[in-house]
Design a protein around this ligand. Structure first.
Ligand code: PMP
Length: 458
């Protein structure tokens, strides 16, 4: 298809993240124009079900007038202010109060930033600062996991456990260690039960801690459900089994709720769903339903006290972003949480989850599909070349991306993470729309199977 004018302009001026830049001219950008409910429309007027809530964030879909009004009102009243030097503003206070109310653990105070990466980066800085305040400057290493996704700043890309985020970026930096990915389908050994798998991972974690020396390890960071690493849902006993090992060695658990927070897994936070007992929490994305960028770290009292003690020693708390706690994001965040509470977002996700799961699980019979997994309203469909042996396609064949593109032909936006198709629809989706999403997914998979057979990709 010839490029439209707007596509040509895009190609001449815009760099697309997480895109094969050498092939973008072949693929052509998909330029979106507007959205309504769970649908978005491209510049030609073609409709798509946004099956990924953008990037796991537009939990209330598109065109929510209440959010637009809250944003407009705030822009009129006070479009910008900051929190430096003891300044404050009502939306930042109100949102922090709301976050404290719904947090998955005891939270004392909230520190704002704009993106998930910034929140997680801040977590690491604060934990280093905290350990210095505690007089143990050697306790600095951070444990993350293979396939984790925590962001793209120098530190958070280091924590991210995906090769493309490290390779040729000269990462990871020092003081980061990656332990196993808790994905039973891919990483269990032949004949190993799920419980044996969990015990093996816990044993490996203990060995890592003891080899490195617990006095050198400050924290472990974890997503309750790994999202951008391919929607990895750990076995139920995973967090309850590793938590005592962390506690025993005084290693804080940082809960990265950037995707799982605000109802997505059928609880306010994924930590509750997966049995985590975190010390600190990072939130972003669905906190504002993606109507403005905003993120935050939620801190326990003992850390806040340590920061205050350290500040007394140094003279000031030397950290903060120009847009951390931007009033636009905070006002939208307050309204978003109010809407979630009014519509009982947790109850809604729980009531849709059985239908979501039923339709997801039915895909397991498809010849292209090796594994399906889901929780609440988030799931992954892993495509394989051989169902029996779980053999993957060659990465260079780009089968996942091909199927995602075929989905677009059928008016569906999913995201290919390698050969796993991620599904994460807006939480306002209706039962009929959810069925339509899966009907379109099946069409994309059928087309994908035809391409794989025709091109001999197996
Ligand atoms: N943590 C998790 C779990 C994420 O999924 C993401 C983004 N997908 C991030 C952190 C980074 O967030 P951002 O892209 O806003 O920097």
């Amino acid at each position: 298809m010839p490029l439209t004018n707007v596509q040509a302009r895009d190609l001449d001026a815009v760099i697309h993240p997480y895109t094969p830049l050498h092939k973008i001219r072949e693929i052509g950008p998909l330029v979106l124009d507007h959205g309504k409910g769970v649908y978005v429309y491209d510049t030609q007027g073609k409709e798509y079900i946004e099956g990924m809530s953008g990037l796991w964030c537009a939990g209330l879909g598109f065109g929510n007038e209440e959010l637009v009004e809250a944003a407009t009102e705030q822009l009129r009243r006070l479009p910008y202010y900051h929190l430096f030097g003891g300044k404050g503003m009502e939306p930042a206070i109100e949102l922090a109060e709301k976050l404290k109310e719904i947090a998955p653990c005891e939270i004392d105070k909230v520190l704002y930033s704009s993106s998930g990466s910034e929140a997680n980066d801040t977590q690491i800085k604060l934990i280093w600062y905290y350990n210095n305040a505690m007089g143990r400057p050697e306790k600095k290493k951070i444990i993350s996991r293979v396939k984790a996704y925590h962001g793209v700043t120098v530190m958070t890309a280091s924590l991210t456990g995906l090769p493309n985020n490290h390779r040729d970026f000269d990462l990871p930096v020092a003081n980061v260690r990656h332990t196993d990915c808790p994905q039973y389908y891919r990483f269990s050994q032949p004949g190993e039960s799920e419980e044996e798998f969990v015990q093996r991972l816990a044993g490996n974690l203990r060995t890592l801690i003891e080899t490195e020396g617990p006095e050198t390890i400050a924290a472990m960071i974890a997503e309750p459900i790994m999202g951008a690493g391919g929607v990895v849902i750990p076995p139920e006993s995973y967090f309850p089994t590793i938590q005592p090992i962390l506690d025993e060695h005084d290693i804080l658990l940082i809960d990265d709720e950037v995707i799982c927070g605000f109802g997505r897994t059928g609880n306010w936070f994924g930590a509750t769903t997966m049995g985590m007992k975190p010390a600190t929490v990072s939130v972003a994305k669905q906190m504002t339903a993606a109507y403005a960028p905003l993120s935050a770290v939620m801190l326990p009292k003992f850390m806040v006290e340590a920061l205050e003690a350290q500040s007394a020693k140094i003279g000031v708390f030397g950290h903060g972003f120009t847009y951390g706690g931007h009033p636009l994001g905070c006002a939208i965040g307050v309204k978003t949480i109010e809407i979630y509470q009014r519509m009982d977002i947790v109850g809604r996700v729980r009531s849709l989850a059985p239908q979501f799961e039923k339709r997801m699980m039915a895909l397991a019979d498809h010849p292209l599909v090796g594994n399906v997994r889901c929780k609440g309203l988030v799931g992954g469909i892993e495509l394989v070349a051989d169902k029996a042996t779980k053999r993957s396609f060659e990465a260079a064949q780009g089968v996942g991306a091909k199927v995602a593109r075929l989905g677009e032909g059928h008016g569906l936006i999913l995201r290919a993470i390698g050969d796993t198709l991620a599904v994460c629809p807006p939480m306002i989706i209706s039962e009929a729309e959810l069925d339509e999403l899966f009907d379109r997914t099946i069409k994309a998979l059928d087309d994908g199977e035809a391409v794989v057979s025709r091109e001999g990709l197996r």
